[in-house]
Ligand binder design. Structure first.
Ligand code: DX5
Ligand code: ZN
Length: 222
């Protein structure tokens, strides 16, 4: 199984994305954290900036919406033509319909759960999604420590996806570094968001490649 590394631009320089994107060319995609100051206390950017991000990189954009009313906003991001749009289960009034709307514009649809949300809450929704995101920190800020409680959720989701023959990606976001990626990959995750560990490294591409290797080793060692 292939391992994907997606640096989170929450740790990048917000007034110099073009320069920072050029330093992560070895990534499998760029994770774009959209925060509204309501669902999470932090605030980042909206559709206008994401539209222009597409003009300065060839890497696929993986948009992570940490916003209220995702059913209204998620389709507007997929209309921009981004690679994937992930929204949170917790504030969404109709997750299946929102996934359908995202996919109708050609983007992959993702469903995210906060650390306090159990897998059982979304089990019935898995079939509608191309990727599932397990948050391993409380969403809102970069640089937090990985929560080991996410590992059980990753294992459970891996079993559920495998038992139905699903090709849905299993993504983890928060506190991923060279140590924690092995834990998360060993539990069954295949797609990794890494903010501070990549952007804080002296050679960001080297760190991306080291993370990918560590993830592959942990997956094959199962
Ligand atoms: C947190 C964001 C993450 C964040 C990860 O709410 O969703 O994508 O940037 O940052 P690190 O890797 O530093 O924990
Ligand atoms: Zn994120």
């Amino acid at each position: 199984m292939s391992i994907r590394i997606q640096p989170s631009i929450l740790s990048a320089n917000f007034v110099n994305f073009e320069r920072d994107f050029a330093t992560i060319a070895d990534a499998d995609g760029i994770h774009v954290d959209v925060m509204d100051g309501h669902f999470v206390p932090n605030l980042t950017f909206g559709t206008g900036m994401v539209k222009h991000m597409q003009e300065i990189t060839k890497l696929p954009l993986d948009v992570h919406l940490m916003i209220e009313k995702p059913e209204l906003w998620a389709p507007k991001y997929s209309e921009l033509g981004v690679f994937s749009v992930t929204f949170h289960f917790e504030p969404c009034s109709d997750a299946a319909a929102t996934a359908k709307a995202i996919k109708s514009h050609g983007s992959r649809a993702g469903l995210a759960i906060k650390p306090g949300t159990p897998v059982s809450a979304i089990e019935h929704l898995l079939e509608h999604f191309d990727q599932i995101l397990v948050m391993s920190v409380e969403p809102g800020f970069g640089g937090q420590s990985f929560m080991n409680s996410s590992l059980e959720k990753i294992s459970l989701l891996r079993d559920l996806l495998d038992s139905s023959g699903s090709q849905t990606w299993l993504q983890v976001d928060g506190g991923i570094d060279l140590q924690t990626i092995s834990l998360a990959a060993g539990a069954g995750a295949d797609t990794f968001v890494a903010g501070s560990s990549v952007f804080g490294a002296p050679d960001r591409n080297a760190m991306i490649n080291q993370l990918r290797t560590a993830g592959e080793l942990a997956r094959t060692g199962q």
